[in-house]
Design a protein around this ligand. Sequence first.
Ligand code: KG4
Ligand code: ZN
Length: 338
Amino acid sequence: MPVYILAIESSCDDTSAAVFADTTMLSNIVANQQVHKDFGGVVPELASRAHQQNIIPVISKALATAKIDKKLLQAVAFTRGPGLLGSLLVGTSFAKAFAMGLDIPLIEINHLQAHVLAHFIQDIGQTRDVPKFPFLCLTVSGGHTQIVLVRDYFDMEITGQTIDDAAGETFDKAAKILGLPYPGGPFVDKNAKTGKPVFTFAKPLIPGLNFSFSGLKTSFLYFLRDKLKEDQAYIEQNMDDLCASIQKSIIDILIDKLLKAAKKYNINEIAIAGGVSANSGLRDAIMNLRKSHGYNVYIPQLQYTTDNAAMIAVAAYFKFLNGDFANQSMAPYSRGGI
Ligand code: KG4
Ligand code: ZN
């Protein structure tokens, strides 16, 4: 019989539950929170309240979709951190109570490791190629930008990371400057498809494998401030080209460091993960590395790029095999590495 695991993700503003049989996804339900739209960012207090409202319906739906009776579950997994403490507490408390009620083990998962391990998710009836150890994973989300050297499922090292804004944050801030809704990454992506990257902005000069995006954001802001002085309709008239240009600038910074890391560690297995790995320009750029450098590249399916419980479930399966269980006294953490 396979190992059935229920996993819960509640680290930010998505309430998600998934049911897995070993590494195969049986269900992956995500409830997005709409309450933050008017605020231009996630409001932590509203996020935790919305998690409380969503968690029971989301878990019921995950079990119903998977057609698995809860008595068949062998473990309950939850995101322990990093993330918003109030949000994490909802998933953590629910997981603890559920595991205790069913008298089955509890498994705690690091959200950033889970983004990387999303590459090992299989869908029913399909076999996807998975990365071979050691591989490099560029994890790019709203809160993180890092190049991870993955030696084994839970042997990961951050070789480079942002010293200021994350890539997703840069997309969202640029989108805000352009008057696009939050989170702006997907809107920039959509507009960029019909634009040309004709504008260039300041490039960071950061040694090693670390990233910096705050200079790019400022350069974009000042460029537009000057243009708007001359022409109030400048953004409207150049929206698609502006989106294509800022997107290309972000991608160039990411690819440049990723290539450096591949060279430094002599690794040709390359993966991307996190919300920004949904970006069509970044996906194309990574695919091109196969042609230009002969790398084996791994791009997650779109549903596993932004926050989801499927990635928590697959990570939990590997911990289950190791007998690596959590106890009822484990508290969530807001900050921390991989
Ligand atoms: O991984 P994720 O769902 O949450 C965090 O852990 O942060 O990532 C969310 C981020 C947001 O900044 C969002 O704008 C960005 O991922 N994002 C995108 C795209 N889809 C989501 N950025 C660029 N292009 C996209 N298509
Ligand atoms: Zn995430």
